[in-house]
Design a protein around this ligand. Sequence first.
Ligand code: PRP
Length: 208
Amino acid sequence: MEIRIALPKGRLGEKAYDILKKNGYECLELEGKSRKLVFFNEEKNISYFMVKPSDVPTYVERGAADIGIVGKDTLLEEEADVYELLDLGFGKCKFAIAAPNGFVEDESKPLIVATKYVNVCKNYYDKKDRKIDIVKLNGSVELGPLVNLSDVILDIVETGSTLKENNLSVIEDVADISARLIANKSSFKFKRNKIENIVEAIKKEIGV
Ligand code: PRP
């Protein structure tokens, strides 16, 4: 039975592929420079799809791919109905709320939050029972509070340098992020052995 793997284009996908390659899941076709999106290794009976990172959960949830590699940020935002099999331990960063240095919240008003991650934001403030007004942006979210578009931001913080250079600081941590291995629920039932072999190989490689 063929195993179809959705890899996110970019650094996360490259790192995940390196691990898979070292453990017998290589696909030489994928390593050349090409604009192709599907790659096969007929001998190993595996195929790889290169997809936009935020689309990985969709391919896996709908069964177009059996397994996939995705950041926990995307997984939390997309809310896909998939199994999360493994924390790969790389691609580490966090979701945080950040505000201009010295920010004092006015609790009598809805908090205006700029973010790319609308669902993560809603879920976080719902739990706190805090009324908010979400401003959906598609990038450079840090600009929001600097030009009075929002009070605060919910964004990814990795090194913290983007915040620092824009006189913002973390006021609350929301969630830890790292790369995860996910599986389609019915693939996990019907291709369990093959998927578990991949899980074991990755575990050995990353030392968990
Ligand atoms: C991400 C994130 C922050 C930045 C955090 O943005 O949204 O802006 O990286 O990294 P740091 O803590 O190491 O500075 P990305 O580069 O993906 O682009 P974007 O601003 O367009 O979302």
